[in-house]
Design a protein around this ligand. Structure first.
Ligand SMILES: [Zn+2]
Ligand SMILES: [Zn+2]
Ligand SMILES: [Zn+2]
Length: 370
């Protein structure tokens, strides 16, 4: 936990009554406390000689759990600013006989709260705050949290650090843009103080991610046409066309190219954070097909490489062929092999076969006509 940081205010209930120590954690401060804890846990330890060590598994685990808790608290705090009932699952009674949730019950915490997805929907519809650009990262965080609670952690420190840095970045902006202004003066001052503390630490964490990427980047530079974003850590750090496929940043790995292709297509919406390219990519349709070049089921429709981040292409994770513009000229929509293009036919085997039969028929009619 951060030292020297003002925690929940303690207050006296009543000057006449017996002294009572009460902890008051307003939601925004509470969320910030979680985030500060997350950064503390994710910073790699440095020993007396300045050697950077590994973040422990237990710290990774609690960093993810607390990051999720912090994100939920902060997003709901904004809903609460709109109206307290917006964070309650069934605020209104379903029928006249049933009871809804009263403000008094809400204050005591006697209610079922909504989940992350629902909170994002309500923010968008009711508070007109659209967080769709971050929905994937937040949903993935929820999924990782759930997996962690049921099956344990299955990710490397670097992957967690990269994922978490992106969410932390977003949350700090979110507090600034949507939460801070409407806080009571005293709470706002405390929040500003905590944000100031955080930014310095987050800088160290971002530096770590950038530093690691800088370490990895030279090894990727001469093969950028085969470098794509890792589905685990979102860094532009996996080289396709090799077996096994390993992420240079987080060491996430896949048995074969098909596994990597499927995972990539499933996770494509996640934007890279501090990769070779920092542009966000959204709304891509990504699917996996059989490759006409090597016959492996590892051809990704909708891939983006580090070589050309602005271009969405067809990329085989097995043989590494980039099928950009290599569409069959027969109008069937199939991709064609490089040698077919080189041979100048520009046709897929099916269309080539059809063309051959058509030509045969034509010459047959010619013979019959004569
Ligand atoms: Zn990775
Ligand atoms: Zn292939
Ligand atoms: Zn064709």
């Amino acid at each position: 936990m951060a030292a020297g940081h003002p925690r929940g205010t303690t207050s006296r209930a009543d000057d006449n009554g017996p002294e009572e120590r009460r902890l008051v954690f307003p939601p925004v401060r509470n969320g910030l406390d979680y985030l500060i804890d997350v950064i503390e846990r994710l910073l790699p330890p440095v020993d007396a000689d300045g050697r950077v060590g590994e973040v422990s598994d237990i710290n990774l685990k609690y960093a993810l759990l607390h990051l999720h808790a912090g994100a939920e608290v902060l997003i709901k705090a904004r809903l609460e600013q709109e109206h307290w009932s917006l964070v309650v699952q069934d605020a209104l009674p379903k029928n006249r006989q049933a009871n809804g949730v009263t403000r008094a019950q809400f204050r005591r915490g006697h209610f079922k709260t909504i989940g992350m997805e629902e909170a994002l929907d309500r923010l968008k519809q009711i508070a007109e705050i659209n967080l769709d650009d971050h929905r994937d990262a937040l949903t993935q965080l929820t999924e990782t949290r759930n997996a962690l609670q049921h099956y344990g952690l299955n990710q490397t420190a670097a992957a967690v650090q990269s994922q978490a840095t992106a969410v932390l970045d977003f949350l700090i902006t979110f507090i600034h843009e949507h939460l801070r202004a409407d806080l009571p003066r005293e709470e706002r001052d405390q929040v500003d103080w905590a944000l100031h503390e955080m930014r310095g630490r987050l800088g160290r964490l971002s530096d770590f991610v950038r530093g690691r990427m800088a370490l990895v980047a030279p090894g990727l530079r001469d093969q950028v046409a085969k470098v794509v974003a890792c589905p685990v850590c979102a860094q532009m750090a996996i080289v396709i066309g090799t077996t096994p496929i390993i992420c240079r940043f987080c060491f996430g790995h896949w048995k074969g190219p098909r596994d990597a292709a499927i995972h990539y297509s499933y996770n494509q919406a996640k934007p890279p954070t501090y990769g070779l390219d920092q542009r966000h990519q959204h709304g891509r349709e990504v699917s996996v097909h059989f490759c006409p070049e090597c016959d492996e089921g590892a051809l990704v429709f909708g891939a983006i490489t580090a070589a050309a981040p602005e271009r969405i292409t067809f990329l085989c994770f097995a043989c590494g062929t980039d099928f950009d513009q290599q569409l069959c000229t027969g109008g069937c929509g199939n991709l064609i092999r490089r040698d077919a293009e080189a041979a100048g036919t520009g046709l897929c085997p099916k269309c080539a076969e059809r063309r051959r039969r058509e030509e045969e028929e034509e010459s047959l009619w010619k013979i019959l006509d004569e």
